[in-house]
Design a protein around this ligand. Structure first.
Ligand SMILES: Nc1ncnc2c1ncn2[C@@H]1O[C@H](COP(=O)(O)OP(=O)(O)OP(=O)(O)O)[C@@H](O)[C@H]1O
Length: 629
């Protein structure tokens, strides 16, 4: 609408105003129409470009691993065509063939062999694909590898050949035995071959000694020849090193002595030999464990405990002379080493995690034994509530899975996240990492995953996640604990979720785990926390429609730590923001603070009478809800 300025000025004021208002309205209308048209155009463009939403991109190497694991063979072929490298290495240092062997993917095994992938590639633990195929008893893969010319005599880090992992009577072992037989390899020569490793180490050490070398030389991690020989059970090498000034009590960077390693790896005779040479059984490693704490068998543990006592006595009265050496001459102990736990067979874990699982398995046993010991020593009622009885605690922890950290999933959208969480929940995996955040789904049932023994398992010297253990609240507690010292900043946990989602339970577990760090005062802390929780729950919790024990207060816990020894030394609790209004008015279907119901349940009729609490219905502030104990 165009208006001549002179004409406008000549008009009376009222007319002028009306005209200008009309002009404005038309301008605004035009503006809205333009905007609408613009938005329509934008929407159309967006629909025409559906791929524009932000997406996480993974390398071809990552995607092909996932496709192999899930037997998505077409996808593997497509990725190889797109340029994915068939020689890609996986996290354990193994090849894609290792993955195929583990997940029984025969089709892709053939494809990779055709593409020239090294069938004898060894991962960090020197496992070849054949080792894995045998351990998982995947005979198709064993056969394909044999036909492809794989070397069936390659030894892993423990000197085991694939046949050592093939269960007796399995198809995999039959294939290998037939193959070895055809090639004229008998068991005597196999045994000789297994002896080669200690023999070559013995020859190397002899040469070193002859050349005047130092047998106590350490590598980058502080490990000496004696550590290696003890862990592997090479007795002659150990004897030779000891003859030439080997330091029995030398520690590596993690403060492990040769005795620790011999004990941990079940080398009974070496434990005995080292003790006879006066190895100190009381040295602690970085986890504050003595060799007896990491012993792989009861025989070893007994030997070490006896030696500890003898050592202490000798320190007190040096004239008594060496304990064990005088009492018993060295004799070989011929007993079977503890077999791999059934947890490792059938193999459900990436091979690189086997050793750490074995380690954890030993820890499970140690922790339960240690706990029983602790209970019998303490014998207090509080200590028995920590683990609930003298028999070893039941622990149910799942093996690590790709979905442990949802941030690493190749497909990230609402659907895939929900699917994974539901799947995990179905197998009682209530904890899941999403990057650094821990997601916890309330199971509404007791799971054996919060015991003191599990706490022990999650203790970590650095606060890093332990790859062989599944996501857990205790991992987060460990991280915070270590960051406290690394960053010298107070740490806090933000527990967020709707009513009844499990925040209070989670905070209790975190505090309980951190008290594991309280060293010798642990039982005292546990008992104090239980008492504090009773009081908090009584005065700060009430029944709501979603939660029979809903917290109506905000709590603030403060734990104090000793910096030098990294132990919890004290704890204080402040209670902030009590929902005081609940005292006089409760929402529909909810009750007052639990202390009232506890009073009603606990008081004798006389006491009730004294407090005029005879007729519950007479007290308006008690609400209509029945009392909850
Ligand atoms: N990790 C868990 N394992 C087993 N049961 C759990 C767990 N977490 C919570 N629960 C169950 O769910 C109930 C409610 O949990 P909790 O009181 O911790 O929730 P909340 O988030 O603190 O609720 P509110 O916000 O109402 O205080 C608990 O009484 C317990 O029965």
């Amino acid at each position: 609408m165009e208006i001549d300025q002179c004409l406008l000025e000549s008009l009376p004021l009222g007319q002028r105003q009306r005209l200008v208002r009309r002009m404005r309205c038309e301008q605004i209308k035009a503006y809205y129409e333009r905007e609408k048209a613009f938005q329509r155009q934008e929407g159309l463009l967006r629909r025409l470009k559906p791929g524009k939403s932000p997406k996480v991109r993974f390398s071809l190497g990552d995607v092909i691993q996932d496709a192999i694991i899930h037997h998505n063979d077409k996808e593997v072929l497509r990725l190889l065509k797109e340029g994915a490298d068939p020689h890609t290495l996986v996290s354990s240092g193994g090849s894609l063939l290792h993955l195929c062997a583990r997940y029984d993917n025969a089709f892709i095994t053939e494809v990779l062999i055709d593409r020239g992938v090294n069938v004898n590639h060894q991962d960090e633990d020197f496992w070849t694909p054949m080792h894995i195929a045998c351990a998982c008893d995947n005979p198709d893969i064993v056969l394909l590898l044999v036909l492809a010319g794989a070397n069936v005599l390659l030894q892993d880090v423990n000197g085991n050949i694939p046949l050592d992992y093939a269960g007796e009577g399995t198809e995999s072992s039959s294939i290998l035995l037939a193959y070895l037989d055809e090639n004229g390899v008998d068991f005597t020569s196999l045994r000789q071959m297994k002896l080669q490793r200690p023999m070559s180490m013995l020859a190397d050490v002899r040469q070193l000694v002859l050349a005047g070398g130092n047998v106590n030389e350490k590598n980058d991690e502080g490990v000496t020849l004696l550590h290696m020989a003890c862990a592997s059970g090479y007795k002659e090498v150990v004897s030779l090193i000891l003859e030439h000034g080997g330091d029995l009590n030398i520690t590596d960077d993690q403060f492990w002595t040769p005795l620790h390693l011999a004990a941990k790896y079940g080398q009974t005779n070496l434990v005995k030999l080292l003790l006879l040479h006066q190895a100190n059984p009381n040295i602690m490693n970085c986890n504050e464990e003595k060799p007896s704490d990491v012993a792989a068998s009861e025989v070893i543990e007994e030997l070490l405990l006896k030696a500890e006592v003898a050592w202490e006595e000798q320190v007190k009265e040096p004239q008594c002379g060496p304990g064990l050496a005088q009492e018993e001459p060295y004799e070989e102990i011929t007993h079977d080493l503890p077999a791999l736990s059934s947890k490792l067979s059938p193999l459900v874990l990436p091979i690189a995690k086997q050793d750490s699982l074995l380690e954890k398995d030993t820890m499970f046993r140690d922790a339960s034994r240690g706990l029983c010991k602790q209970q019998s020593q303490e014998g207090t009622p509080e200590s028995s509530t920590v683990s609930g009885g003298s028999k070893p605690e039941q622990v149910q922890l799942m093996p690590p899975a790709p979905s442990d950290d949802l941030a690493t999933l190749s497909e990230l959208n609402d659907g895939s996240l929900l699917y994974e969480i539901q799947k995990r929940f179905g197998s009682d995996q209530i904890h899941t990492f999403i990057g650094d955040i821990l997601l916890l789904v309330n199971p509404f049932k007791e799971l054996p995953i919060y015991s003191a023994m599990v706490s022990q398992l999650y203790l970590s010297p650095t606060g890093q996640r332990v790859p062989s253990l599944p996501p857990h609240l205790f991992s987060c507690a460990e991280r915070a604990f270590h960051r406290l010292f690394q960053e010298r900043q107070p740490q806090c946990f933000i527990l967020s979720g709707e009513r009844g989602s499990g925040k209070s339970e989670a905070s209790k577990q975190i505090v309980r785990h951190l008290t594991c760090r309280a060293s010798s005062h642990r039982a005292m802390f546990d008992s104090k926390f239980q008492h504090v929780n009773c009081i908090l729950e009584a005065f700060g919790h009430a029944k709501t429609t979603l939660n029979a024990l809903s917290s109506c207060l905000i709590q603030y816990w403060e734990l104090q730590f000793c910096e030098r020894e990294k132990h919890v030394t004290g704890a204080r609790i402040y209670t902030y923001m009590l929902e005081k209004s609940r005292l006089v008015a409760q929402p529909l279907g909810q009750s007052n603070f639990l202390i009232f119901s506890l009073l009603m349940d606990g008081l004798s009729p006389e006491e009730k009478q004294g407090l005029h609490l005879n007729n519950l219905c007479a007290h308006r502030s008690c609400g209509e809800e029945p009392w909850v104990a």
